[in-house]
Design a protein around this ligand. Structure first.
Ligand code: IMP
Length: 185
């Protein structure tokens, strides 16, 4: 497939500014710190989209925490309803008996997090919760909800703050609306 034309991010509408994001992520960090007071947590980020959200979130959490990453590939998202998700990088350290929070950039159809939640439960964590920066509830194909949500949004395709279109724009500081909904989404 040819590389799509580059759209300069500064031409795209800002959905959440860097200040709004910083404020909301700090609030989630405080909530998590209160909920887990006295209990160490393992944050597990889903590469690559969640890397920036996780790095800000980890720095807003005041209880003992470590972090790890998983990576998944999904194919034919638009054509399937059964969750064609494959693990391509597993966790490095055991999470048995640990309090785990899966950290994702966007909860969209729910296929990725449903798959990862089942997989992580097989490792027998003491508890398992989900934190997502954005939630698009209208797009859900499987029933799953996050415990910590930055912002609920309608069905926009967004980029920035870790999120990409064709691997671009992850470093854009604000979350912006991509001018078209990509094919297959
Ligand atoms: P799900 O399995 O459909 O819930 O997919 C979640 C993944 O789809 C996210 O982690 C993103 O990688 C990707 N995704 C969904 N919506 C968007 C978007 O608006 N912008 C960028 N990536 C998205």
């Amino acid at each position: 497939m040819p590389t799509p034309a580059y759209v300069p991010p500064e031409t795209m509408e800002v959905l959440f500014s860097r200040d709004q994001l910083a404020q909301r992520v700090r609030a989630i960090g405080q909530q998590i710190s209160a909920d887990y007071a006295g209990r160490p947590i393992v944050l597990i980020g889903v590469l690559k989209g969640a890397a920036i959200f996780l790095s800000d979130l980890a720095r807003s959490i005041t209880v003992d925490n470590t972090f790890d990453f998983v990576a998944v590939s999904s194919y034919g998202r638009a054509k399937v309803s059964s969750g064609q998700v494959k693990l391509i990088k597993d966790i490095d350290n055991s999470i048995e008996d640990k309090h785990v929070i899966l950290v994702e950039d966007i909860l969209d159809t729910g296929l990725t997090l449903s798959y990862l939640r089942q997989l992580m439960l097989q490792h027998k964590p003491a508890s398992l919760k989900i934190a997502t920066c954005l939630d698009k509830p209208d797009r859900r194909l499987v029933p799953i909800e996050a415990d910590y949500v930055g912002f609920k949004i309608p069905n926009h395709f967004v980029i920035g703050y870790g999120m990409d279109f064709a691997e671009r724009y992850r470093g854009v500081e604000d979350i912006r609306i991509f001018p078209e909904i990509p094919a297959g989404h």
